[in-house]
Design a protein around this ligand. Structure first.
Ligand SMILES: [Mn+2]
Length: 253
């Protein structure tokens, strides 16, 4: 039986992730960002994160676990970026993915779509990286991050998606039925007319692609809702969901 493991916001805990996957006979991992694949201390140069985390990596309190997987990861992994990533590395691959960064480790770039073999045929999986910023994400304001260009040099700027990439992903998926959409940012969630989290552009993306299921990261809590025919699932931090081959039944591990 082929199993797909869904996870998010692992924040550098690669060993736990792969131990869990191997223990559960998982054949593919789909990850919704903030994985922090940091290869070496050099990658911390362009890593937007609270300084506490950077210090912990530097002191060794947070081990650089990904450094042990540079020759390949034990389970094929498809990932998008969140807002805490080694962008000096990942931004070299921001074009449409997936890109294989180390053997078996695939990054969607800013966005991408691919097919994954499962026990019951191929699943079409699309990914859309990064988070929304009300000023910098808008197409008319957007400028790609550059490590050496004055105003753009903060790696935080690399974490904001470009509205134009939403349309590019919709184009890339035209004529395909998307089974799974991976997101770091969330569709807008309103309560009493007030925005609680997420953004309207991601709602538009979900409505345009109408995947069977969309998985979101970033919020670190579990939640579930429907947007039109799409089941939208927030994945909590430090938990794992395994999608069975008949997919539809999720259970917590
Ligand atoms: Mn995040």
């Amino acid at each position: 039986m082929k199993k797909i493991l869904l996870t998010t916001d692992n924040h550098g805990k690669h060993k736990t992730l792969y131990e869990n996957a191997v223990k559960n006979d998982v054949t593919t991992i789909l990850q919704c960002g903030d994985l922090e694949p940091i290869r070496s201390l050099d990658d911390l140069q362009h890593f937007p994160a609270p300084s506490k985390f950077v210090c912990e990596y530097k002191s060794g309190d947070r081990p650089l676990e990904f450094a042990e997987y540079l020759k390949g990861v034990p389970v094929p992994t498809y990932t998008i970026s969140g807002n805490h990533e080694p962008f000096g590395w990942l931004e070299q691959f921001r074009s449409r993915g997936p890109h294989e960064l180390v053997p078996n480790f695939f990054y969607f770039g800013n966005y991408g779509v691919t097919e994954i073999e499962t026990g019951v045929g191929k699943l079409t999986v699309a990914g859309f990286s990064k988070i929304f910023h009300e000023e910098h994400s808008l197409a008319e304001n957007f400028q790609p991050w550059h490590p050496k260009r004055r105003k753009l040099c903060s790696p935080k700027r690399a974490a904001y998606f470009n509205e134009a990439d939403i349309h590019a992903l919709i184009d890339a998926c035209r004529g395909r039925e998307v089974d799974i959409l991976l997101l770091h940012e969330n569709p807008a969630k309103y309560h009493g007319g007030k925005l609680e989290y997420g953004c309207d552009l991601i709602t538009d993306l979900v409505k345009a692609l109408l995947p069977k299921i969309a998985f979101c990261g970033h919020m670190h809590f579990a939640a579930e809702r429907m947007i039109d025919s799409t089941r939208v699932v927030n994945l909590p931090i430090n938990q794992y969901f395994i999608l069975e081959e008949e997919w539809g039944d999720l259970w917590e591990k």
